[in-house]
Ligand binder design. Sequence first.
Ligand SMILES: Cc1cc2nc3c(=O)[nH]c(=O)nc-3n(C[C@H](O)[C@H](O)[C@H](O)COP(=O)(O)OP(=O)(O)OC[C@H]3O[C@@H](n4cnc5c(N)ncnc54)[C@H](O)[C@@H]3O)c2cc1C
Length: 813
Amino acid sequence: MADFPTTARVVVIGGGVVGVSALYHLAKAGWTDAVLLERNELTAGSTWHAAGNVPTFSASWSIMNMQRYSAELYRGLGAAVDYPMNYHVTGSVRLGHTADRLTEFKRVVGMGRYQGLDLNILAPDEIRSVYPFLETHGLTGALYDPYDGDIDPAQLTQALAKGARAMGAKIERFCPATAVRREAGEWVITTPRGEIRCEVVVNAAGYRAREVARLFGRDLPMVVMSHQYLLFDTIPELAVWSAEVGHKLPLLRDVDASYYMRQEKMGLNLGPYERGCRAHWVTPDDPMPEDFSFQLFPDDLERLETQIADAMARVPMLAKAGLSKVINGPIPYAPDGNPLIGPMPGLPNAYEACVFTFGICQAGGAGKVLAEWVTEGTTEWDMWSCDPRRFTGFEDPAYCLAKGREVYANEYAIQFPQHFWPEGRDCKLSAVHDRTRALGAVYGPANGWERALWYARPGDDTSDEGSRTWDREGPWFGAVREECLAVRDSAGILDLPGFSRFRVKGAHVADWLAAQITGKVPSVGRLGLAYFADGKGRIVTEMSVARLAADEVMLITAATAQAHDREWLQKHLAAGLKLTDETDLWSTQIVTGPASRAVLTKVTEADLSRPWLTWQVATIAGAEVMLLRVSFAGELGWEVHSHVADTPAVWDALMAAGKAHGLRPFGMFALNSLRLEKGYRAWKGDLSTDYTVLQGGLGRFVDFTKTHFRGRAALLAEQQAGSAKRFVTLRVEAGAYDPPYMSTIWHDGKVVGETTSGGWGHRVDACIALGMLRADLAVPGTALEVEIFGQRCAAVVQPDAPLWDPANARIRA
Ligand SMILES: Cc1cc2nc3c(=O)[nH]c(=O)nc-3n(C[C@H](O)[C@H](O)[C@H](O)COP(=O)(O)OP(=O)(O)OC[C@H]3O[C@@H](n4cnc5c(N)ncnc54)[C@H](O)[C@@H]3O)c2cc1C
């Protein structure tokens, strides 16, 4: 016990590959006073039995970043820490059975190229040149990834551990964290060998992360599934071929049939993601055992029959091989299948790096990201896709189970841009959900809230299958067009439950807010858009500010930003200010279009001549509401904010008054189209920490006359030196598809930028992309190309003004 560390700067709980990578990267960043606690032996959780596949492929930009970094790290790690290990870069073949699948591949090839990865697509008759044992029936092509491979997960963990120790970090094995408490601004971690005081703590407890989170009083959204792979005996044919060519087969993923298969020694290893998947330890009669270190679940081959039969037909030599071993181990799933990396919501100096379903291939990148969170408070890449604060607390065990099963069973499914998965729905319903449903609303969730995406007309296809398409003109297209044109020509009403909103009150609220945002604080009675930057001037978040009184503001922000923005505000709150989260108290209707004033005149005595960017209290249907004169749709309009209990009456009054004026309900798809035409940015697409406020073209929201605000020095330096990138609006001669997030922009044969969102503008009848472009090219009229699913489409940089109503005359009407 004498040498047991009683203090450390940072303690990592959990010695799987992720925890050890976090330790390694913390030490590398100079935080060498670091201790890792492992309840058993390193790798005892999910790591020891993992198949060890290390793909770079991902349809998510940030996950691809992490996996690319991991592969790069692993290539040099053995030499860097002097711990030779088995890492085979075999390449991989990802099979496609449909045209839609090839479209997905083309998108990933484009993203990969931008990240420096040279992925390419093979025609069906080319696949056998890299994978000779394959039958090509039913295939439309394949994606070849030369960087894919497999690594020994235990060796990888030990190599990282060796590297971390060499830098001074300590690893305490057979030493579980059993309690935590906060004392005098520090964390105190209890273990059977004594207590450790530390500044920062990290939960990296893998499938036990929920148990560890409970020590912090937090309920972590996750579920434990079981995943199996089958090891087959030596296949003589394969052994002969391997000896002849001197390397292993590439890893095979038949994603439409839902399995991976790779060469393990001279046999094969087959890992299916089956539909009839199984969660464990979810009911009181099946509690998680006190200890499951180095243990497995019993084999359960029945549920894999479809994939086994499929694999044998695809690679017939598999049918001749004897099954030698089945590995069935615990694998954690968050409700969206991504890990949790980042600040632990609501607690100071506590972080999470857990719930990894692909922890072997992501550990390298995850360690880097976690270390940046801890040591710098921010990350190089925007990592919202993995931020624990994307979950806000409504995700109860039933939700986690339903979503976990759904994600597992669809692990390789195509993520179509307008498709929303059916499980875990109806968690939060608007006060007028029954009314919008009766009007034909088709819903999609945002922070659990079901919001109308579009309103189906009689005969429109509202099936789940119908929304699984890359096409712009999906079943919703005609209805969305009508909705947009109604907003343009008469008026539309959008039910928008779940806006996040925070009231901040206190004598010095204006001074405090001025130091938090880059721009001006609106005066009493007025509204403003506010940008919150980090120390590097990058965009942390955007909020609408309603200045309620000299000492009071209401901050309104995206539904999904609730936990993130609350935490940011709380963390930076000045003494004497009171912050209240009023999200659940209010609901919102957006009433917009040239007839919106006429509609509102019928239901309220409010002064509707008050200018754009003002707010007032008004009465509608006997209820007190807040009327905010703004419109994300870019027309004359108001946001009607009512208390939830009053919302049905307010909705009914507006609908009745709107009848004579052609008021039409519209949904989020229409709103997205309308906002693109105005160049209004969306959070975590166009607005993210990947860009600074100035790069984002938001210079008019930066007030350098203020002597102090977060990010000022960095933004000033950028202003003096000039921005490397600039926000632009493009008109694109697109074909059947709109450009998705992170489509590459080309000029003169070079990649010069990326789109951050794209879609069809029905008022301007054009495909629009918002994006970031090399600054010297951000000149109106510059001809470019946007690569949309592999096809380069002509595009032109537009003037730095909205495409629709550039002078804002309609909004100000
Ligand atoms: C069959 C199977 C095959 C897989 N194949 C792949 C693959 O090919 N590629 C891939 O990328 N991923 C794969 N995975 C997933 C991969 O295994 C996990 O994502 C990864 O191992 C997670 O690592 P981790 O460090 O987060 O968690 P773990 O490895 O589970 O480590 C967590 C550690 O925390 C320790 N711990 C828990 N509670 C405490 C406590 N209170 N105090 C101290 N220590 C504690 C545990 O003992 C454990 O060692 C596979 C999973 C399975 C089941």
